[in-house]
Design a protein around this ligand. Structure first.
Ligand code: ADP
Ligand code: MG
Length: 247
């Protein structure tokens, strides 16, 4: 893949639930290896955007490309380059860690041997290899999330979507997850789109896409967004960008 091909490109995307507009002409790009924070309060449209990128819904207007593949025209190739951790956990609690991962690997067409290698590699990366034969039910919330991230990376996607992955975790687990995701971007050239409403999850090198009431209110590096708002802190900038009531 050429360096110029973005991991994700979204153009003029709009979507409504009946009369209720959820996304209004949304556009942005995420480069390879970029960690992009999709920052928006509850109801901003973050999960709706994820539903469109994962093709749970199709938007009536706009374009989405994943690693250069148009999602509509070239759906299989586009979705093969995507890893997802949804807002609600989706592991089977009564299967072991490894069984949950194996099933996903076979869905992606990995051979048994290749699957075992990758499962070991991803679990080691998450510090979870020793827990591989435990039932997911026995794991705490932070460890379950790690298994979900390992699963989302098994087929080596170009882009990882994370929908509020740290909600419900205790402070140390939350910090560990935030550090871990940043490390994945740095070390693997993985692009991440990470939805959150928590400002303290943003790293200095992350890019920001601020979504409010279905519209992109600001985007760029942390520094650019601060400068655009004449703000000293992300918290102040976010407050300004989301204070205005107009949809
Ligand atoms: P976020 O993930 O940022 O909290 P959502 O994408 O879940 O935001 O929601 C965006 C808007 O769309 C909200 O106003 C929400 O109430 C509405 N919405 C989300 N899902 C549905 C649905 N299935 N039916 C109707 N309205 C919905
Ligand atoms: Mg959501």
């Amino acid at each position: 893949m050429s360096v110029a091909v973005p991991a994700l490109e979204v153009e003029h995307l709009s979507f409504a639930y009946g009369p209720r507009k959820a996304l209004d002409d949304v556009g942005f790009r995420i480069g390879q290896g970029e960690c992009a924070i999709l920052l928006g309060p509850n109801g901003a449209g973050k999960s709706t955007l994820f539903s469109l990128v994962t093709r749970l819904y199709d938007a009536p207007s706009g374009q989405i490309s994943i690693a250069g593949h148009a999602l509509r025209k070239d759906s299989c190739a586009a979705l093969a380059r995507l890893g997802v951790v949804f807002q609600q956990p989706t592991l089977d609690l009564d299967l072991s860690v490894a069984q949950n991962l194996r099933y996903h690997a076979s869905l992606h067409g990995l051979s048994r041997k290749e699957a075992e290698l990758r499962i070991r590699e991803e679990l080691e990366r998450q510090g979870m290899e020793e827990r591989r034969d435990e039932k997911v039910r026995q794991l705490n919330g932070g460890h379950r999330r790690r298994v979900e991230i390992a699963r989302a990376l098994l087929h080596r996607p170009a882009l990882l979507l994370l929908d509020e992955p740290s909600v419900g975790l205790d402070v140390p687990s939350r910090k560990a997850m935030v550090d871990h995701i940043h490390e994945l971007c740095r070390s693997r050239g993985l692009a991440v789109l990470w939805a959150t409403h928590l400002i303290d999850e943003i790293g200095q090198d992350d890019s920001l896409i601020v979504l409010h009431k279905g519209r992109v209110r600001a985007q760029g590096t942390v520094r650019e967004v601060l400068a655009g708002q004449g703000a000293e802190t992300v918290s102040a900038a976010f407050h300004r960008l989301t204070a205005e009531g107009e949809g």
